[in-house]
Design a protein around this ligand. Sequence first.
Ligand code: AMP
Ligand code: GLY
Length: 423
Amino acid sequence: MNILILGSGGREHTFAWKFAQSPLCRALFVAPGNAGTSQLATNVAINVTNFEAIKNFVVSAKINMVVVGPEDPLVLGIYDFFSNDDALKEVMLIGPSKHGAQLEGSKEFAKEFMQRHNIPTAAYRSFTKETILDGLAYLKSTKAPYVLKADGLAAGKGVVILEHLEQAKTELKSMLLDEKFGAASKTVVIEQFLKGIELSVFVLTDGKNYLTLPTAKDYKRISEGDKGLNTGGMGAISPVPFADEAFMQKIENNIVIPTINGLKKDAITYKGFVFIGLIKVDDNPFVIEYNVRMGDPETEVILPRIKTDIVRMLEATAKGTLNTISLEIDPRAATTVMLVSGGYPEAYDKALHITGFENMEGSMAFHAGTTLKDGKIVTNGGRVLAVTSLEEDYKKALKKSYQNIEKIHFEKMYYRKDIGFDL
Ligand code: AMP
Ligand code: GLY
């Protein structure tokens, strides 16, 4: 079949790499893609939220399946756009409906969903401009640290954790009254702080059946020791060593099954990935957040471990027959280390020439912010390359990634040397 991937990061390059190995994939396109995807597929210069342009391309290139990488098009309703259009409704679109995408698009919606379906999560209340006085009083009645979350999408910046009550009050005012995160912070969720170690579990569902994909742990902060500003993700490991069988069973029973059943009970159309951000408190998993897509850089460690034909998996997702698929996972560990441009996640340069790919041995370089300029691969974003390795255990895999990173060069290249330090 002809497949179109929407997005331009390491996640999308990894999908393209995986699809290119499937005998079911005939022509492969990525919109807008990057230098890495252009080596495996045809890049198409279309923005992921330009639904009309996507439609025209899908029709003219006879696309059979569209796989949506990032959340924006999903939250904007690309699934519904396809299913309501006569020319597109037969196209398999992998992702939730606009209703389902609210699990990521609105923290309040997600909290209500969890509460309704008895899914363990932090206690919370939500507030608007009209109820700000109640919000300030609520903060006073709870204990530090204070967790404030802008309800809507805020490019990963909408969660603020503060130690002092006065700071928390000021932050609440700035979110609600000054709309610090624009419309995204018109509603703010204040929730109980949960102390523990984080991990993520990924589920592929057709709305009735599901497959639990490997677990992963990502490293979001820019500096070693999990310090400094938040980023899109600086590295990841799969599987998560502390997620043993007993813990996974709890995740399955207390979280995954109630989530899938909750989608059914609420009549939410959902044919795609559910990314469940978890925190392990004592020995129990709690949900921190849902995302309605795969993670980046988690995809760079999960897909390389999936041996089953992913195109077949996604076709079964679209057709509602995921129960016919058995998942085969590579028992080896995968790690990825993200190479970023100096300055990221604040200002950084672009168009820096990247060299050394040809010297890498035994790792894969998934491209994130790269593009081609005069035939050369140059940087085109903050996160530039994800260097993934698969080995017997995560320590060996990390060693391999770090050995290969030594061979890659661009000006002001930076990466964390301590991925996995807390395991
Ligand atoms: P999110 O954008 O929802 O992934 O939140 C960003 C980060 O904030 C998470 O990865 C956690 O590290 C932290 N976080 C979110 N909610 C909580 C919570 N209730 N307790 C402790 N940490 C939290
Ligand atoms: N790595 C976190 C995310 O994709 O949201």
